[in-house]
Design a binder for this molecule. Structure first.
Ligand code: ADP
Ligand code: ASP
Ligand code: MG
Length: 438
């Protein structure tokens, strides 16, 4: 069984949905994971925000505007009366459901139900379109098998068991469609795998079924050596190891959800990144062994806060770092980077929601300094310890950029530096020149 995931732009218009058929209708057995049509999840977030701020009139307008867009999609997508009828009924059903949230109480649970509507709509539209074209396929409700545990982590055993139970009902069917991103939590409520989560759905299904391959179809020809939204000259990387891909995804390469490589890596399922606009392009294969020592790519993660704790008590003391880490653990706040000296330790976090409480507690250990609006720039590659020269190349490229933190040696795949976000663009350009001669 192959797993093919199509992102927002790949299902972003009636034309794109129509051209999907040439990629998914063939003899290969497959599960097709779909995102919401591009822009929809952003609109749903806006609707939820309006409801949070009790601006119900604004929410009603936003909902009607989105409904108008979907009515146009239905009109253009279907050619038969039956297709148009089913499409229209679907849109009415989902948008009446959305309008109801403007009447009742609004909490985080309702927000998650709202955010789920995009994937529920796109998959149903594609399923109806396949029916109109006479293609045999089954729509598998992701809410029947995708699940997160009480730490908000995907429960792979549950997913495997319940997905198998769904598939067994449909012997002989070769094409399944399902929703990316959405899932249920331990209480059985609708939840999601965080923004960009359809990639995660695809790799979780791939891992659960021990698939031959997971394909992530998007709007670019694979993972590039640098962020193409910021740097003009970039090139696709044809082969990446799981470790390299995991670091790039986690540290900001938007093409992949931050943690989606992990399930594939766990079960050794190769992941291929492909371009729906250019299906013949080679793309990127993730899973291959590292070929040679190299600089592979650079990625950047914004919204980072750096915290420095300076304390004489660190001198020759043991247990100090544990005490510091326990504070972050209590507030369920992961640390990304860490550097230490004999008298101070600096860490970075990307979730500042408990920053004030964390800083208050850390003050009992020493002087605390906080720097906001920082960016981690992560240089990924294969940096074997025995080889020299990587650090020189990196820091030579960055000789004009002030660096707040450096992390080297944590793994053989990653050198991370922390810079002010205002210097990110300059940093990425400098690395493109220094490491890739571009
Ligand atoms: P989808 O909607 O298909 O999930 P995304 O927008 O999430 O697509 O991801 C694709 C986008 O990721 C590309 O259009 C590109 O701008 C961006 N991107 C950021 N960094 C990279 C990178 N290193 N390589 C390729 N694409 C990247
Ligand atoms: N639709 C969701 C989002 O926009 C999930 C995804 O596209 O992967 O974040
Ligand atoms: Mg995405």
């Amino acid at each position: 069984m192959h797993v093919l995931k199509f992102g927002g732009t790949s299902v972003g218009s009636p034309e794109r949905i129509k051209s999907l058929l040439s990629l998914i209708v063939n003899d290969q057995e497959k599960i097709v994971v779909l995102s919401a049509m591009s822009g929809t999840t952003n609109s749903l977030v806006e609707i939820a925000n309006a409801l949070y701020s009790k601006d119900n009139n604004k929410a009603r307008t936003l909902i009607s505007n989105l409904e108008t867009n979907y009515n146009k999609v239905v009109e253009e997508l279907f050619s038969s009366e039956m297709g148009k009828k089913k499409g229209t009924e679907l849109v009415v059903e989902h948008f009446e459901y959305l309008q109801n949230f403007t009447i009742d109480l609004f909490t985080a649970n309702e927000e998650k139900a709202i955010l789920a509507q995009g994937e529920l709509l796109s998959t149903a539209l594609v399923q109806f379109y396949l029916e109109e074209k006479g293609v045999k396929s089954v729509l598998l409700p992701a809410l029947n098998f995708m699940r997160i545990d009480n730490n908000d982590e995907p429960d792979l055993d549950y997913i495997e068991k319940h997905l198998q139970a769904e598939l067994i009902k449909y012997q002989g069917i070769k094409l399944f469609i399902t929703q990316g991103y959405i899932c249920r939590n331990v209480f059985g409520e609708i939840d999601n795998l965080k923004r960009g989560g359809s990639d995660y759905t695809a790799t979780l299904i791939g891992a659960a079924l021990h698939s031959e391959e997971v394909q992530i179809w998007t709007d670019i020809d694979g993972m590039h050596n640098n962020d193409p939204r910021i740097v003009e000259k970039t090139f696709p990387i044809h082969e990446l190891t799981f470790d390299e891909a995991a670091e790039l995804a986690y540290f900001g390469a938007k093409i992949l959800h931050p943690t989606c490589v992990l399930p594939a890596q766990k079960r050794n399922v190769p992941v291929r990144l492909l371009n729906t606009m250019e299906p013949q392009a080679k793309g990127t294969l993730i899973g291959a062994d590292a070929k040679e020592d190299r600089f592979t790519a650079v990625a950047a993660k914004d919204g980072i806060t750096a915290i420095k704790i300076k304390s004489g008590r660190m001198l020759l003391a043991y247990g100090f770092l544990r005490n510091v880490f326990e504070v972050f653990e209590r507030y369920k706040t992961p640390i990304d980077m860490i550097t230490t000296s004999e008298v101070a330790v600096s860490v970075t976090i990307d979730n500042p929601s408990h920053l004030d409480e964390i800083v208050d507690e850390l003050k009992s250990f020493g002087i605390v300094e906080v720097d906001k609006e920082q960016t981690i720039v992560c240089i990924v590659g294969s940096f074997k310890q025995a080889k020299q020269g990587y650090a020189v190349k990196i820091f030579d490229a960055l000789k004009n950029i002030p660096i707040r933190m450096i992390s080297y040696g944590g793994s053989e795949n990653n050198v991370s530096i922390l810079v002010e976000s205002s210097r990110k663009k300059e940093t990425l350009h400098a690395l493109n020149k220094g490491l890739f001669n571009l």
